[in-house]
Ligand binder design. Sequence first.
Ligand SMILES: C[S@@+](CC[C@H](N)C(=O)[O-])C[C@H]1O[C@@H](n2cnc3c(N)ncnc32)[C@H](O)[C@@H]1O
Length: 342
Amino acid sequence: MPAALHRPEPVLRHRAQPVDRTVPTAQAVLWLLEGRSLLVADHFGTGIEILQALRVRLQDPGEDAGYVAKRTFREAFQAASKCLLAPVVGRKVALPGAPPAGFLAELYPDHADFALPVEDARILSSAWEWYANGVHFPVLGYRLHPFYGAYIPARMEHLELFGTWLAKYQGARHRAIDVGTGSGVLALQMAKAGFQQVLATDINPNAIESVARQLRRLKVTPPIELQNTDLLGADRGPIDLIVSNPPWMKGEVGRTLDLAMYFQDGFFERFFDQSLQRIAPGGRVVLVFSNIIELSQPDVPHPIQTELARGRFRLVEKLTRRVKPLRRRTREKVEVWELAVV
Ligand SMILES: C[S@@+](CC[C@H](N)C(=O)[O-])C[C@H]1O[C@@H](n2cnc3c(N)ncnc32)[C@H](O)[C@@H]1O
């Protein structure tokens, strides 16, 4: 395992007060809000109940809320929930009812016994379930098994739209790049479409680990080269097709997975500068995007339109498609932007 993988920080020393079902959850929540460390002593479910009560107390605004409301809640929840610990013994959560979290054995070769915030233990175990069972990607026709901390798309329409675009692609198929590969789906789509060499980059080492493991699972290894790097990474020669499904909204990056959701100032400028230097004659830059930025951040300049206005690239084609709502009705559309150098 590469040493640099992201993992929840193990708590090696603490003086946490034990809590069990005899402690009223409202009391436990108050202690957490005061910053007092608590160690769940009887059952994993006790920890989950306390976290649920904490969510209610902090008025979780829900997934459909705006960026600021979600962020404010998340910061308060993270600050309080990190004080609620679960014991880990022999790299297993040592509480009855704790779901399996095989990543504990993989991510903590240096420690066997420690404590983890219950919330981190919960995230590790649900990540393990995704990893063990896999997620079916109809655009590939098989399951991907995302490693802990690698991005998994919540919907598939944008991948299908990219597949529609790719099926019509007439250009050269020597070298392609998937910038910000996540669990590898776009790189695998391009390899399936016959590209001779596909580079897949990601700044998140867990994403690179995820795709490396995925490649080892496949019977025929696709010609995908991985780089844990910023944006396009090292120069391997001119690229016919530069593809990215970048973060769709502007925002601050706290957790590793925020890198998949939020971009910061300069991200797109650097992406387009590098693309201009590396694109092969007649090549294309394709961005898988969404109108979510126009709907939820109307004050943020549109990063692709801003680049087009600079006159270095022209828009060849833009495909759009409505998405099925994940929770409630939505005006969201996914998009594929095809750009060529002017
Ligand atoms: C929206 S996700 C897309 C993942 C995958 N390509 C997909 O379509 O499901 C964006 C990805 O870009 C990565 N990323 C963010 N900033 C990056 C950067 N500066 N360089 C390389 N990758 C980056 C994130 O870690 C994340 O995996």
